[in-house]
Ligand binder design. Structure first.
Ligand SMILES: Cc1cc2nc3c(=O)[nH]c(=O)nc-3n(C[C@H](O)[C@H](O)[C@H](O)COP(=O)(O)OP(=O)(O)OC[C@H]3O[C@@H](n4cnc5c(N)ncnc54)[C@H](O)[C@@H]3O)c2cc1C
Length: 394
């Protein structure tokens, strides 16, 4: 008797556990390998919106996500003196765009998705793939710690610096494009001063935001800069130097926050990058989420990771035994969501991190129009969604 296909998923972030859940629903045997020792801990807030809302609803997770929501309701832009110079009411923006989205930390999202999938999938924490060798019938996988195993398919959901992509497609430099921005985050332990407002301060080419998350504050530094030679996304001492240089001389609370950076040992910094590949599959190996199509932090990456995982599982289930056509249909369907987001990143960056003082003033004035713009965006995507089937069958 033929057993159900086995699928190894690398990465238990957002995309990996979602794929594991839906593959198990369709009768596959998913195994997830995650390099971290437990569910991931990075705490930046992310959004579940648009096509991901229905997916999590069908997983029965809507209520749990609402309970975990950050409850941020506004973005407040301040000047050097701390006076408000622009404000976006996120409730109005959310209402204009449908009202069904939720902001949670990536930690909470990954945990909730893991808890939803752990009973129907095997999880190997604290391990990583070290080699892949595929033939016509399967993929032989070697791990750093676990014994070697053979799987029918392998999916890389291991994020921006994907190991699966490197092993099956080639070196990172071929696919990862620096957008001209860096991002750093730091969790402060003292109580948040604002419960509902994200407070943001800009200098030309730089942004600092204080984001209240369950009573504490997550600081984010986002700044423009060319690719740093010798950049190492794991070298915290280098990250402290990069931040100190980039923000030297800035006003508002920046000097005090840089002091916190100097003392912190959990500072996180990385280049804001996009991932672009001509194809997301190579034989029996496919890529999902940031590993295959990172849009960067401005582009709904978590929403796309959830929606893409659902589409990939659906297509694999539609033609069991024919992974090639399933991968091709997944890619055709999911690129329709990914491509516009990848193309919009520079516009989003100009709004959040204007490069000049004039740009900052213009953005502060433009904040008044954001809810209307969100409504227009919602209308546009509804019209596009209605037109899409006609185009597909043409
Ligand atoms: C600072 C910041 C702010 C962001 N803000 C937003 C936002 O507001 N809205 C939004 O939608 N998105 C946002 N994003 C993007 C969003 O977090 C990602 O797009 C999303 O998490 C992608 O999900 P993923 O599962 O593909 O990758 P990830 O969530 O990165 O998960 C990848 C997983 O793979 C694991 N892994 C890595 N290497 C290996 C390996 N070799 N072996 C095994 N496991 C491995 C990692 O530990 C991790 O658990 C932000 C990102 C950042 C960095």
């Amino acid at each position: 008797m033929k057993t159900n296909p086995s699928v190894l998923i690398s990465g238990a972030g957002v995309a990996g556990p979602t794929l594991a859940y839906w593959l198990a629903e369709h009768g596959f045997r998913p195994t997830v390998v995650e390099r971290a020792a437990g569910p991931r801990t990075s705490g930046n807030p992310v959004d579940v919106r648009g096509p991901a809302v229905q997916v999590v609803e069908r997983m029965g997770l809507t209520e749990r996500l609402r309970e975990a929501a950050t409850e941020v309701t506004a973005m407040s832009f301040v000047n050097d003196a701390g006076c408000q110079v622009g404000r976006v009411d996120l409730r109005a923006t959310r209402q204009a765009s449908g009202g069904d989205e939720v902001e949670v930390t990536r930690t909470d999202l990954a945990r909730i998705l893991y808890e939803a999938s752990r009973d129907s999938a095997e999880f190997l924490f604290d391990d990583t793939i070290t080699a892949l060798a595929q033939d016509d019938d399967g993929v032989d996988v070697t791990f750093e710690k676990s014994a070697p195993r053979r799987f029918d398919l392998v999916v890389g959901a291991d994020g921006l610096h994907s190991t699966t992509r490197r092993l099956a497609f080639g070196p990172e430099e071929e696919f990862v494009r620096h957008t001209g921005l860096y991002v750093a985050t730091l969790q402060l332990d003292d109580p948040a001063e604002q419960e509902r407002d994200v407070v943001l301060h800009n200098a030309p080419g730089r942004l600092v935001s204080l984001h209240p998350v369950h009573g504490r504050t997550l600081v984010a530094f986002i700044f423009r800069g060319p690719a740093v030679e010798g950049f190492d996304h794991r070298d915290i001492a280098q990250h402290r130097r990069i931040l100190a240089d980039a923000y030297a001389g800035d006003g508002w609370r920046v000097p005090e926050l840089l002091e916190r950076v100097r003392a912190a040992d959990d500072l996180w910094l990385d280049s804001v990058s996009q991932v672009r590949l001509d194809t997301w599959s190579s034989g029996r190996v496919a890529l999902l989420g940031d590993a295959g199509s990172s849009v960067s932090l401005f582009g709904d990456g978590s929403t796309l990771a959830i929606a893409g995982a659902h589409t990939l599982a659906k297509e694999l289930a539609a033609t069991p035994g024919d992974h090639r056509s399933a991968f091709a249909r997944y890619e055709a369907e999911h690129r329709i969501l990914v491509d516009p987001k990848q193309n919009n990143v520079q516009a989003a960056a100009s709004m959040m991190v204007p490069a000049t003082r004039v740009g900052i003033v213009a953005r502060n004035l433009a904040t008044r129009l954001w809810p209307a713009a969100a409504g227009a965006g919602r209308l546009r995507s509804r019209i596009t969604a209605r037109r899409r089937p006609a185009r597909a069958t043409a």
